[in-house]
Ligand binder design. Structure first.
Ligand code: ASP
Length: 322
């Protein structure tokens, strides 16, 4: 009898706790350094989620190893809805890029919904001796291995883009890894590294202010953003089929109560309708996901399909990390 009463009390307390969720700040882990595109999107989203959840959403930057350090941190966190992850395409590329990954992207997380999609751009330091894409390729061909290419580590979108770019050109470059493309952009703008591929979230303001040069867009679809529309796509420039769109999505550790997942999904849907967020996204060439795809099942299906797609492409290029 006593045991039954204890269980009933525990269930009652747990459901009270769920009804009150969230009753304290929520941590949103970004698996990259501050100042980069994933961080930018997370801070924007955190502000809109704060409005819809009625609690502060604090961004925590846990960068390193192409996003795998921060992702591992969330995989092991208590599944109570107070530790969430905002990650990008790396969720689908890391399994093929790493020989051993300490988490399983498809099994160790609860999926909350897709957030947005951003094209990538190929950019260079402002004083790089190539005015356009054609001159860039001539310079790289004449100086094999000399161009330095910044990225956010193995498994990051910038790494994937750089890897496919070198493989398509069949020309090697010197890779320089950072904990995120925020610090990489600072080095590019001050001329410490030559080139980088990055999401438009990070690159559009820098291109517009003249701090970096823009060479091409790495997505086949022409952008309606006026800064990006002036650039050739890599596909048009001769690298047929070159196409990387970086999507971002929200996750919780596996085992999060269904009521919390439903609440977070509803909050995400509302947050992605925030007119301020939509305006800022459009200015950066970012497409916010439409309502029907902000859905855990659809999100998981998409990541499964992306894992298969990128797994094949990465294995064909054949470059792996431990
Ligand atoms: N844009 C980065 C990447 O290359 C990561 C970041 O957001 O800092 O994956």
């Amino acid at each position: 009898m006593k045991n039954i009463l204890i269980s009933i009390t525990a269930v009652f307390m747990a459901s009270m706790a769920l009804a009150d969720y969230p009753d304290r700040p929520v941590t949103l882990v970004v698996p990259f350094a501050a100042g980069g595109p994933t961080d930018h999107i997370a801070r924007d989203l955190a502000e809109s989620l704060r409005k819809t959840l009625g609690q502060a959403v604090t961004v925590e930057n846990t960068g390193g190893s192409g996003g795998t350090v921060g992702t591992a941190r969330v995989a092991k966190a208590v599944p109570d809805g107070y530790t969430l992850l905002l990650h990008h395409i790396g969720m689908a590329t890391a399994p093929a890029l790493y020989r051993s990954l300490v988490y399983r992207p498809l099994d160790d997380f609860d999926y909350l919904g897709m957030v947005n999609e951003a094209p990538m751009t190929l950019i260079g330091r402002a004083n790089f001796p190539a005015a356009n894409y054609g001159e860039l390729i001539k310079w790289i061909s004449a100086n094999p291995g000399r161009a330095s290419l910044a990225n956010a580590g193995v498994g990051s979108a910038s790494h994937l883009c750089g890897l496919l770019f070198q493989s398509a050109l069949k020309l090697p470059m010197t890779t320089v890894p950072y904990k995120g493309t925020g610090p990489a952009m600072a080095d590019l703008a001050s001329g410490q590294v030559d080139l980088m591929c990055d999401q438009t979230t990070n690159t559009v303001p820098q291109i517009e202010s003249g701090k970096v040069k823009a060479y091409a867009v790495a997505t086949t679809k022409k952008s309606i953003n006026s800064t990006l529309a002036k650039l050739p796509t890599l596909d048009e420039a001769g690298l047929k089929g070159f196409n990387i769109t970086v999507w971002h999505a929200l996750y919780a550790p596996r085992g999060t109560p269904k009521a919390v997942i439903d609440k977070l999904n509803a909050a995400l849907k509302l947050a992605l309708k925030d007119p301020e967020l939509l305006k800022r996204s459009e200015a950066l060439g970012v497409t916010v996901i439409s309502d029907s795809r902000i859905n855990p099942a659809e999100h998981k299906r998409f990541v499964e399909a992306e894992t298969v797609k990128w797994g094949g492409i990465i294995r064909a290029v054949g470059q792996f990390a431990d």
